[in-house]
Write a protein that binds this ligand. Sequence first.
Ligand code: GLY
Ligand code: MN
Ligand code: MN
Length: 442
Amino acid sequence: MGADQLDLLYPEHLRTSMRRADQALGAAGFDALVIHAGRAPVQFLDDQEYPFKPNPHFKAWVPVVDTPHCVLIHRPGDRPKLLFHQPSDYWHKPSPIPQESWTRELSIVPVQSSAETAGHWAKLGKVAFVGPPEAFGDAEREAVNPPELLTRLHYERALKTDYEIECMRRANALGARGHVAALSAFLDGKSEYGAHLAYLDACSQREEEMPYNNIVAYNEHAAILHYQRLERTAPQPRLSLLLDAGAQYRGYAADITRSHAAAPGAYADLITELERAQRALCAEIVPGRDYRDVHLSAHRALGDLLHRVGLTNLPGQAAMERGVTSVFFPHGIGHLLGLQVHDVGGVFADAAGHERKRPEGHPYLRLTRLLEPGVVVTVEPGIYFIDSLLAAAHADARREHIDWTLAAALKPYGGIRIEDNVVTTAAGPENLTRDAFSRLSA
Ligand code: GLY
Ligand code: MN
Ligand code: MN
């Protein structure tokens, strides 16, 4: 699909955003919506800014991700208006007014200051303001982020438009390129830091453009779920690479994990086993499926896997019930993905925000919803050798059910995670990640 296709999809996406906003405004009793893009926070005692991360509500409407202080105004029945911040500033290079084809769908008004911006919503009636509270003044304070309105928008955001899915296809294409480059760097003997730089270069994205910090974990670092350091020297020997890294396209995220062995052996075999289980779990991403059941299905499948390879003497269901699978797989099977890497609204039962409870004993599951066409999720089973969790199991009844010699032999490899981004469709799962890797190698 070329750039023109994305341009064709945007008008329908915008209409969907407007329709959802109209309903949410009506339900919450507001006349108009003002969404602030936010601004870059300034460091304490300094004049240096942290990287700017736009308000996800803002980038849901317009693909403007690098320009703080912009504002989107929507009043039902009117053409949406984008107030595009263009200060007179000789310290920085102001963003040029966008000219791409999507701009034909809205009115774009250059603004220079906050005072000028506020003038645009003075006569709109009862306005709901959405954005970081500090972006608004005292006059707006009362109506910033009204909960009922936000809850409705968050619930509906799980249902992606065709435009959004295409953005995520492209984010996956970028991420797949990065993964191939980082794996080469690992195999060439580069450090975690070197693999990280290779990743960014292949995606042509700055670190701050990544949807989350790259997790580039060699050897036992792969046991740290959100490992954040980047060692400058490569360990000897290099045994394993766990790479959890995505990319963004027009503000939409990819969230991809691959695990690699430096050489054949028990760890490489475990990757092959997990790969098979992960593919089977991806096949469960279909309309009507309760995502909580996908999570429990993952525990059973991983229990069977751990039993097959000899890490536990209990078969899947029993391994899950006795808490053995949670020793090796201590996080959720996945989450909503979109404008944020962990997109909001994962535990809502409906637009009013009633909660769908997590299964007992699974506090880290971020998504409990029923799957519907358009819902994009990650599927990311993992098997890790984590000191603290192994020690806890060794100290209780689970001690009898784990092969401690095999666990010790695999500990230097850290762990494995395999993570794909999958779209729920009426025709079955669309795996954005595997499709992206396949296209690269075609
Ligand atoms: N990269 C964070 C996650 O997989 O949820
Ligand atoms: Mn994830
Ligand atoms: Mn991830």
